[in-house]
Design a protein around this ligand. Structure first.
Ligand SMILES: Nc1ncnc2c1ncn2[C@@H]1O[C@H](COP(=O)(O)OP(=O)(O)OP(=O)(O)O)[C@@H](O)[C@H]1O
Length: 232
């Protein structure tokens, strides 16, 4: 039986690299308009999970999407502006075959001037680049967006731009977000659901219900500062 409100249902998921198990017997579901944050220590299998969900890795178990279109934000290396191809923004956006008017609309939504379309990647400021990338991810109107630590290595200002823009889109349109983040502040501020992963599922639920100091200690070992934003 499928849950009408679920956008993703994962059941008994196992993923291994060369026979070495990385994810074992993972089951969870994500509802429409959830912001699910995948938490876990280094090597816990978070990126592996996101890749399996996008059918980029072989797996056992079932992954059922009830999504119209799944979008993703490119890897951190791209977001950190390393090894970028010599393209103008116009050329980059054209890869998505946007309909008439879509580029203008998305640029206005991310707060960028159309004159930037003729610029190359290297000619944008950091903040403009972050906005441009969010616009690219959302240009073809996905109803699900997958992001793997989108702000790692990005300065605090850029981080703020990415999350506040994403949150703005999430508020204004039908969007479900699956996000890997190490940042507990992001979890407290934005997550509607959290899954704690350390090869196996260690918690799943609303952050305020499942992220107890005990759970965080079990997930990360000692030394995690327990800090909760009060303003939600
Ligand atoms: N292509 C690969 N081939 C073999 N092993 C891999 C491969 N990719 C990842 N692994 C291993 O799988 C495990 C999980 O890796 P994964 O990248 O999913 O972890 P993660 O939770 O995203 O970690 P981090 O927080 O450090 O980014 C690690 O032990 C890693 O070494």
């Amino acid at each position: 039986m499928t849950d009408e409100n679920a956008v993703l249902t994962v059941s008994h998921l196992d993923v291994a690299y060369d026979g070495a198990g990385v994810i074992s017997d993972l089951s969870f579901s994500v509802d429409k308009r959830d912001i699910l944050v995948v938490l876990g220590p280094n090597g816990a299998g978070k990126t592996t999970l996101l890749r399996a969900l996008q059918n980029l890795l072989p797996y056992h178990g079932t992954i059922t999407w009830q999504a119209r279109k799944i979008g993703y934000l490119p890897p951190q290396e791209f977001l950190q502006r390393q090894n970028l191809p010599p393209l103008t923004i116009d050329e980059f956006y054209a890869f998505k075959n946007p309909a008439e008017g879509d580029v203008s609309e998305i640029l206005s939504q991310v707060g960028l001037d159309e004159s930037l379309l003729s610029h190359q990647f290297g000619e944008l400021s950091t903040g403009q680049f972050q906005r441009m990338m969010i616009g690219w991810a959302l240009l073809d109107k996905p109803d699900v967006l997958i992001l793997d630590e989108p702000t790692s290595g990005i300065d605090v200002g850029g981080e703020e731009t990415i999350y506040s823009l994403l949150h703005q889109f999430w508020r204004n349109q039908e969007l479900t977000i699956l996000l890997v983040s190490h940042d507990l502040n992001i979890v407290w501020e934005y997550a509607t659901q959290v899954i704690c992963l350390n090869k196996q599922q260690m918690c799943m639920g609303k952050p305020e219900e499942v992220l107890t100091p005990e759970q965080l200690k079990a997930l990360y070992g000692t030394g995690i500062k327990f800090y909760r934003h009060q303003h939600r």
